[in-house]
Design a protein around this ligand. Structure first.
Ligand code: PMP
Ligand code: GLN
Length: 390
């Protein structure tokens, strides 16, 4: 018998929408990946590393040069003091880092607090690891939690809380007070935080990413997860990092060794180089993305869409009801890709219970011409929807 936790699930919403976009030739503002091919110097280093011999199994925990570069990068950019040798493990993307966290830290029956909207890999992995999911619902337009919501979710049985910040799909960068509140609950209830910070470099307008691991009492109880795919706009590379205190790192690395054991060494070498030589990229990449966000926002507003603010990630959200559209998000997104040639992601897909059903997520890490064509086609989808439902 197949395992029901995985086999009963549909194909992910990202694959579904990208598949429809490929099949129909639609403009793809669904799945989050940039049009831009990524920093040329980092890609050149990867090519060199392939030719220069970084092609056999690297150490299980990652190339020392990459682990050092990760620790240095977080020291410079987030004021963290990580010991690369005992606190940094390289994984095959953030997804493997998440899997290692759940398989390495959960025992059957442990409760895990997850905020919805959530990244789609969390729930199946947590459940396969034996965890019992406790959902906390965040809602537009602010998508924030408060003391009452945390008090209702934390219990004696809570083992982990999973925090994605900056939040995909919400485009929110949580403020200091929210982070401090969550840290207070983790300490009071002796809970480990698994922090999915893949979007940490992708924040706009002077917003600051605050890692939970830096809050009082959190250094010993936080797993910080990053992804070079998002840092450098190279989403297919799947080079991720797990940062945690030595005792946690020991469990995580033991789990990682039986998931993938290691990660392509040539890509690790290129990311190590990139982390040490990309000040200009880390300064300019968010500025370029913020300009793309603004271009898409203005275009959509001109066409009558209600656009929610985005302070980080590759994504902004459209409020369908506020845009006069009287259709559920999934219906509208299917209409948009099939009848108007533009793919978007229904935000209800990021919920398990009582979903928000009137928000569509759009990816703006695209060339201007792609965004402009996307706006034209979304305007057409809106017209078709208004006609069909009037
Ligand atoms: N977490 C979040 C919140 C994401 O948005 C993504 C990918 N977009 C991932 C994890 C997966 O990252 P990776 O590709 O490095 O596995
Ligand atoms: N994280 C990407 C997104 O939100 C998708 C990654 C994937 O397709 N697994 O669009």
């Amino acid at each position: 018998m197949a395992n029901a936790i995985f086999s009963s699930l549909p194909t992910t919403i990202f694959e579904e929408m990208s598949g429809l976009a490929r099949a129909t030739g639609a403009v793809n503002l669904g799945q989050g990946f940039p049009d831009d091919p990524g920093p040329p110097a980092v890609r050149a280093k990867a090519a060199e590393a392939v030719l220069d011999g970084y092609n056999q199994y690297p150490p299980m925990a990652g190339l020392p040069e990459l682990r050092q570069a990760v620790a240095d990068h977080y020291g410079r950019t987030q004021n963290l003091d990580l010991d690369w040798a005992s606190e940094v493990t390289v994984t095959s993307g953030a997804t493997e880092a998440l899997a290692a966290s759940f398989f390495g830290l959960l025992e059957a029956g442990d409760e895990v607090i997850v905020f919805q909207p959530f990244y789609d890999a969390y729930l199946p992995l947590i459940r396969r690891a034996g965890g019992v999911v406790k959902l906390v619902s965040l809602s537009p337009p602010h998508w924030r939690f408060d003391r009452g919501m945390l008090a209702a979710a934390f219990s004696d049985r809570t083992k982990l809380v999973v925090l994605n910040n900056p939040i995909n799909p919400a485009g929110v960068v949580l403020p200091d007070e929210d982070m401090a509140l969550l840290a207070e609950f983790c300490v009071a209830h002796d809970v480990i935080a698994v922090c999915d910070e893949v979007w940490e470099q992708v924040v706009f307008d002077g917003a600051r990413h605050r890692p939970l691991i830096g809050y009082p009492g959190m250094a010993e109880r936080t797993v910080k997860i990053g992804s070079a795919g998002k840092m450098f706009g190279l989403t297919g590379w799947k080079v991720g990092f797990l940062c945690a205190a030595p005792a946690l790192t020991h469990s995580l690395a033991r789990t990682h060794q039986f998931l993938t054991f290691t990660t392509p060494p040539n890509l690790q070498a290129a990311v190590a180089w990139g982390l040490g030589n990309s000040d200009a990229w880390f300064r300019d990449m968010p500025l370029g993305l913020a300009a793309s966000r603004d271009r898409l926002t203005e275009g959509l507003r001109r066409e009558g869409f209600a656009v929610l603010p985005s302070a980080g990630t590759y994504f902004l959200n459209v409020d369908l009801s506020g845009s006069g559209i009287d259709e559920a998000d999934r219906d509208f997104c299917l209409r948009a890709v099939k009848e108007a040639g533009v793919a978007a992601i229904p935000v209800s897909a990021f919920y398990e219970a009582e979903p928000v059903t009137r928000i569509a997520r759009l990816c703006f890490s695209k060339a201007d011409a792609t965004l402009d064509e996307g706006v034209r086609r979304l305007a057409k989808a809106r017209e078709l929807s208004l006609k069909a439902t009037s």
